[in-house]
Design a binder for this molecule. Sequence first.
Ligand code: TRP
Length: 359
Amino acid sequence: MSNQTDAAVDAPKKESKRILTGIKPTGIPHLGNYVGAIRPAIQSIQDSDDEAFFFLADYHGIIGCYDPAVIHESTKIIAATWIACGLDPERVTFYRQSDVPEIPELAWILNCSCAKGLMNRAHAYKAAVDINTEKTDVDPDQGINMGLFGYPVLMAADILMFNATHVPVGRDQVQHIEMARDIAGTFNHRYKPLFTLPSAVVDEDIPLLTGLDGRKMSKSYSNTIPLFGDPNPQVSPEKQMHKAIMKIVTNSQLPAEPKDPDDSALFEIYKAFATPAEIADMRTQYASGIGWGDAKQALFDKINSEIAPFRARYEELMANPKELEEILQLGAEKARRHSRKQLDKTRRAIGIRPLAKLK
Ligand code: TRP
């Protein structure tokens, strides 16, 4: 199956991939985000010569967060995190969604090629309605804004604007990529085949980390280990990470008792950072009864050896937002070389163009 329409404009060269993914700038990145999204995305780009577009989806961020200070600070933190972890802005077109005004403009146009019924079936919207429906005397749409309802259309605009072929996402986002295909199909059929149909890429091998309390590490459970620590620390970020790791729950087995590594969150996180030889060695140490305190210290040392160099760069960028802003503006300029053309073609296709040439 080809994911390219014959006449797709400004599409990547035949056979080559154009990878695109969005990062919602909400919250402080934690180890689960690092292992599950940041590290694999940066690595996969380094190991290939595919074209890549990564962006901060701040217009998606405002759907669920009405605090301007949080939106602003998160954007800075997330941009600094990705650059510090090795994203090369020369190699990847790295931009902020809101710096590419053609995207929301395209989203409006795509709204008109999107059946309302398709949006009624979106998981995120349905989940919000379900919560309301369980309560008595509450309107099913209470507290739901049109941004949430139309979330997948803005996402379709993000993707279709650049004729992305491959969109790496978490499992929860696959439906949105299907919707982008659907919307592109409707438009292409109705007007002109301008848009490439994208494919979702879900990496099955990515580890899911357990959080401090034994549940999946997630912002919504407040059980995370921050990647770089709190932005406003009384204690150094390194100490913060050490403290968080010491808080990971373990069972009450005493030092010297043999322990089951496969029943331990500590070991699971260790596996996400260690080499196969180091993992095998740690297994032996569990069997011969390493104490939980020592296992935690070993985990901290392992993570810290990978993160410490990034942390230095992160702090430098956080202290110098001008450098970050310049990186983002450069990215926006690169992105707009595509988006201006694509929007212009789209507008013409739907009949919106000047009535006559002036001068
Ligand atoms: N919705 C995605 C998430 O919550 C973020 C996102 C926005 C995105 N636009 C995108 C991802 C386009 C991939 C492509 O994770």
